[in-house]
Design a protein around this ligand. Structure first.
Ligand code: DC
Length: 219
């Protein structure tokens, strides 16, 4: 069983995926976190975004894995829990560009398919319905307007103690949207057969209930 959810930054994919995975016993695979790990590792190595080949080579040294603990997903990079570090402003500012490097995408997609192999999963990202699993059992495109998405991300960052202003978050979301929608491979778009849900004026529970209903129809 593969449930695939795509959508822009701040559309609620992460929160919804977590809720549905707990309610329905599906393994939660956060594909954005895999790109975030590559971005974090590149920053730590002092690599510049232009040094594409070095970034691609660096991936072979990375062991990325997920652990589920009390409903929380922890992201591990070479054995270190980097769940918080991968959400930093520095990572946010380069991750979309990192994810535009084609050989990086090819390697990450391979990893994402491997992580899902033989499991009942719910996966969220940008290209899950269009590219990673075009034959997913359920395909959802989750959206919300840009100001609402920035507001959600800003609040989330504050709760996590990540230092930033609302304007910075909005600016970052705009830049990422632009970049994510114009990628050569795996661009963010609505897949054939996907159900579009606009969460701007919906509560998290309402979105989760709607998606649960859709999953139950195919189960
Ligand atoms: O969902 P997120 O904000 O954690 O994603 C981080 C970045 O990774 C985002 O700018 C787009 C990219 N990404 C991608 O290109 N493909 C995916 N399947 C998931 C994320």
């Amino acid at each position: 069983m593969i449930v695939a959810i795509d959508g822009p930054a701040g559309s609620g994919k992460g929160t919804i995926t977590k809720i549905i995975s707990q309610r329905m016993g599906l393994v939660n695979l956060d594909t954005g976190a895999t790109y975030r790990c590559v971005a974090l590792a590149s920053i730590r190595k002092g690599l510049k975004i232009e040094e594409e080949q070095k970034i691609v080579d660096l991936i072979d040294e990375l062991d990325i894995s997920f652990e589920h603990e009390n409903g929380e997903i922890k992201v591990f990079l070479n054995g270190e829990d980097v769940s918080k570090q991968i959400r930093s402003t520095e990572v946010n500012s380069i991750v979309s560009q990192i994810s535009s490097i084609i050989p990086v995408r090819l390697k990450m997609v391979e990893l994402q398919r491997r992580l899902a192999d033989g499991k009942d999963v719910i996966m969220e990202g940008r290209d899950i319905c269009t590219y990673v699993f075009p034959n997913a059992d359920v395909k959802i495109y989750l959206d919300a307007n840009e100001k609402e998405r920035a507001q959600r991300r800003y609040k989330e960052n504050q709760e996590k103690g990540i230092d930033c202003t609302y304007e910075e978050v909005l600016d970052n979301i705009r830049k990422r949207d632009e970049n994510d929608k114009n990628k050569e491979i795996g661009a963010l778009k609505v897949a054939d057969g996907a159900t579009i849900i606009d969460s701007t004026d919906m509560t998290i529970q309402e979105v989760a209930d709607e998606i649960e209903k859709i999953i139950k129809m195919v189960k």
